[in-house]
Design a protein around this ligand. Structure first.
Ligand code: ADP
Length: 166
């Protein structure tokens, strides 16, 4: 069975990778789907986020990275899938995820949302936390895949250069 794991992945973190790896053991195929219209003001471009995701998933044979615009349930149906995977960290995630799952169920009854609990070591981790840490120059080792660490450094360097050029 195929499962879709949607998100904004701005950027992908070790918490996302953990969910992807675990889902890949349960499902025959996992499609990690970047929702292009979720974040209005993303830090990384769509191409950068896709490149980091592809790198982070390259060791997983049954995982594919893709992107979509519009409604998730339409994308899921077009992919010939019936299952959406979501990760749950804390109670704070629950209310939003419940609302989304019920909305999607109402839009398309054939699509089921399945939740996977975060691993304890990543329960505090989010893309926004990672961006904040990076802005203050803190180490991201272990919190994000290596490709993301490198991409942050390149981006910070580029921003410093732009500030100098102004
Ligand atoms: P974030 O919530 O970090 O901004 P996304 O919108 O890209 O990230 O999230 C995509 C999915 O990954 C959501 O289902 C979200 O709950 C889940 N997720 C994000 N971080 C973690 C984590 N540390 N552990 C488990 N699931 C996570």
């Amino acid at each position: 069975m195929k499962a879709i794991y949607p998100g904004s992945f701005d950027p992908v973190t070790s918490g996302h990778v953990d969910i992807i790896q675990r889902a890949a053991k349960v499902f025959d195929e996992v499609v990690v789907a970047l929702a292009v219209n979720l974040e209005k003001n993303p830090f990384f471009t769509i191409d950068e986020r896709l490149a980091m995701l592809r790198d982070a998933c390259s060791h997983l044979d049954n995982v594919r990275v893709d992107f979509f615009g519009g409604l998730l349930v339409d994308y899921v149906e077009n992919q010939g899938a019936k299952v959406v995977i979501k990760g749950l960290r804390a109670v704070s995630d629950f209310e939003f995820e419940l609302q989304m799952a019920l909305t999607n169920k109402r839009l398309k009854d054939s699509v089921e949302t399945l939740f996977m609990m975060t691993s304890a070591e990543y329960s505090f981790l989010s893309s926004s936390l990672v961006k904040e840490l990076a802005a203050f120059g803190a180490s991201l080792a272990g919190l994000v895949p290596k490709a993301v660490e490198d991409r942050f450094q390149a981006k910070m360097q580029q921003r410093r250069q732009e500030a100098i050029d102004l």
